[in-house]
Design a binder for this molecule. Structure first.
Ligand SMILES: [Zn+2]
Length: 454
């Protein structure tokens, strides 16, 4: 069983003591603040949330020991907790599921850049966070195929009240890893069948607008100098929701109401199930090598990206499910194979109409990217029957813009402009429905060409 002393082995060699000291410093500095570290969805219920947090397990430190074809990840936790683990491929990962736990830890501690690099190491990086209400998850990215030798909690401390969560991985050959992945996929498929279906909401007499704050929970999105995308976009979505609700013209639905992970597929499903008249996914970008780049960009769906930059961004945003330890093969994406039928063509026309309107209104809100309307294959925009756009608010990698995105004054002003764009879009939509007849540039689905007739 790994003990606290194993922290000295975390990165080995002369750097070990410095790193152990860093972890110890974190433990000392973070423990009294652990209650404050949990994200609160609103100030109004902060007291209730805090009371609830007292009863949640707290993980206060973590150590990783990698040697002799093994890797041992040890979390110090405030109480024993149940953990289950499985492996997934493409990319190769170990997933550990737990009851909801407050991680009073530096969120960057498991980043590849903070771990020792050795060719024989099994673990490339790891992260942790909330998956859904009541459930947390640890995702370990593997550098080499490995199996879970042991996962569980051992009681310790006075009166056995504290515990260590220990995850032991052992190097495996490719065939054993593959069969473990197949077994995990079969079990996940069984679990998916038993998942409760949520009763449909009664239809709204007002147009439904789904606001989709990107990322959440274990998926933090982009982060630069302590500014975290999932927090910036959630605050923006809440401000926009309040403005739209105050008009009395719309029914607003948020894809997440707290700092919790929601899969891309689930976000699309919420838009479709709620018969949304508009779906707006909200994100913030980073470009580490071009800190001068700034401005908002509005994206629509296309099979081929409008430019290399749009392709890069879509690939990054589409990784959300992988980051959270979801199995890409298990996602029966019923929308991905839908052809360009009439519904979809109308949806695209409305999506483009709204994107144009939003860019025009944003000019009064702040900076626009030099190419503010782009398109790419964003999974979250794939509902065939819901006009959808993805708004990148700006670049966290640009110091001045990151500062603005984080300020309540800018948020209030910019969300007001977006609300006005939405009102203008619905007003003009009433007046001018887009053309829904066949587009000569697109071959109608199922049409039999004269040469094919018998
Ligand atoms: Zn994002």
């Amino acid at each position: 069983m790994a003990k606290c002393a194993d922290m000295n082995k975390l990165i080995g060699g002369s750097a070990a003591l410095a790193f152990a000291a860093r972890i110890l410093a974190l433990v000392v500095s973070l423990t009294p603040l652990s209650l404050a570290l949990q994200y609160c969805s609103s100030r109004a219920n902060a007291a209730a949330v805090q009371t609830e947090q007292v009863n949640r397990p707290i993980a206060s430190s973590v150590a990783l020991d990698q040697s002799n074809d093994r890797a041992t990840l040890t979390f110090e936790v405030s109480e024993p907790l149940e953990a289950t683990a499985f492996v997934l491929a493409d990319p190769d990962r170990v997933i550990v599921d737990l009851p909801q736990t407050n991680f009073a830890l530096d969120p960057e501690i498991g980043k590849a850049a903070n771990l020792e690099r050795r060719k024989t190491n099994l673990v490339a990086s790891f992260r942790y966070g909330q998956l859904e209400p009541g459930k947390s998850r640890i995702v370990i990215d593997l550098a080499l195929p490995a199996l879970v030798l042991r996962v569980g909690c051992e009681k310790k401390g006075p009166g056995n009240k504290q515990a260590q969560l220990v995850i032991v991985l052992a190097k495996a050959d490719k065939a054993s890893f593959k069969s473990a992945v197949q077994a995990a996929r079969a079990r996940l498929a069984e679990l998916a069948k038993t998942k409760k279906t949520v009763a449909p909401e009664p239809a709204s007499r007002l147009p439904v607008i789904v606001l989709d704050p990107g990322h959440g929970g274990i998926d933090r999105g982009a982060r630069v100098r302590g500014v975290v995308e999932k927090e910036i976009v959630f605050e923006f979505a809440k401000a926009l929701a309040a403005k739209l609700e105050s008009t009395g013209q719309f029914k607003i639905v948020l894809t997440r109401e707290e700092d919790s992970f929601v899969s891309l597929h689930e976000r699309v499903r919420i838009g479709r199930d709620r018969n949304a008249a508009l779906f707006i996914s909200i994100h913030a970008d980073t470009l580490s090598k071009a800190a001068g780049v700034s401005g908002a960009t509005v994206y629509t769906l296309s099979d081929r990206a409008s430019d290399a930059e749009a392709a890069r961004l879509a690939a990054k945003e589409n990784r959300s499910d992988i980051v959270a330890g979801l199995d890409p093969s298990g996602d029966n994406d019923e929308v991905s194979g839908i052809l360009f039928d009439l519904t979809r063509r109308e949806t695209r026309a409305y999506s483009h109409m709204f994107a144009r309107t939003l860019v025009n209104y944003w000019r009064a809100a702040g900076r626009l990217n030099k190419n503010p309307r782009r398109s790419a294959g964003f999974l979250v925009l794939k509902a065939p029957d819901v006009p959808s756009v993805l708004l990148e608010l700006g670049y966290l990698s640009n110091g001045a813009e990151s500062h603005a995105l984080n300020s309540p004054q800018w948020r209030d002003h910019a969300s007001g402009q977006v609300a006005e764009a939405i009102e203008a879009f619905f007003a003009s939509r009433e007046r001018n429905a887009p053309i829904t007849t066949a587009d000569p540039d697109l071959s109608p689905v199922g049409k039999i060409l004269p040469s094919e007739r018998h």
